[in-house]
Write a protein that binds this ligand. Structure first.
Ligand code: RB5
Length: 168
C-alpha cells in the first residue's frame, strides 16, 4: 500500500495539531516516508497561509512528491496551496473524493479539517489518496487543459488582484 508515493510532507496550523500527530503515527506505522515539516515550530505565530505556501513550494520544487495539509476546515490550506503555480490541492472529507483527487485531478496535495472529521475517517481518506494510481486516461486531457489555462492566466495577469475587505 502507498508504494507509489515516496516522499510525503505533512504540516498543520495550530487548529489541527492533534490530527497531524495521529496521521503521522498512522503513516509511519505503514512505513510511509513522511516528514513533519513543522513550519509553525520554526516560524512561531504563522497561520495557515504561510504554512500552506511553504509546503506547496517544497512539493513544487521536488523536495517532496506529495503533501498533506491540515487546518480547522482544510479549506484555507487548499486555497493557499493552489496559489502556487503547478500545484493542485483539494479538500477531502470522504474516501471517494480522495481517490478521485488523484485519478481525476492529479492533485499533489490533499487537505483535511480537524474540526470537520474524526481521526479514523481521516486515516482512511489519506490512505485512499496515497494508494490511488496516477491520473486516469479520460482525465488526463482535462488536467492538461487545466495546465494550459493556468499558464495563460499567469501570462494575462501581471497585476495584483483587488484587496479583500473584512466585514466589521
Ligand atoms: C483557524 O485559524 C482556521 O481559520 C484555520 O485552521 C482554517 O480552518 C482555515 O481555513
Amino acid at each position: 500500500m502507498n508504494d507509489c508515493a515516496r516522499r510525503i510532507a505533512i504540516d498543520s496550523d495550530s487548529a489541527a495539531q492533534t490530527l497531524k500527530t495521529e496521521l503521522l503515527a498512522h503513516l509511519r506505522s505503514q512505513e510511509v516516508a513522511v516528514t513533519d515539516v513543522e513550519y509553525l515550530a520554526s516560524h512561531p505565530g504563522v497561520e495557515y497561509p504561510d504554512i500552506a505556501f511553504n509546503l506547496a513550494h517544497s512539493v513544487r520544487g521536488g523536495e517532496f512528491d506529495r503533501g498533506i495539509l491540515l487546518c480547522g476546515t482544510g479549506l484555507g490550506m487548499a486555497i493557499c496551496a493552489n496559489k502556487v503555480p503547478g500545484i493542485y490541492a483539494g479538500t477531502c472529507h470522504d474516501v471517494y473524493s480522495a481517490e478521485r483527487l488523484r485519478r481525476s485531478n492529479a492533485a499533489q496535495i490533499i487537505t483535511l479539517g480537524q474540526r470537520v472529521i474524526g481521526v479514523e475517517l481521516a486515516k482512511k481518506i489519506v490512505d485512499a489518496w496515497l494508494s490511488a494510481g496516477a491520473v486516469d486516461g479520460r482525465s488526463a486531457k482535462k488536467v492538461e487543459r487545466l495546465q494550459e489555462l493556468e499558464a495563460s492566466e499567469h501570462k494575462a495577469f501581471a497585476t495584483p488582484p483587488p484587496a479583500i475587505r473584512a466585514e466589521p
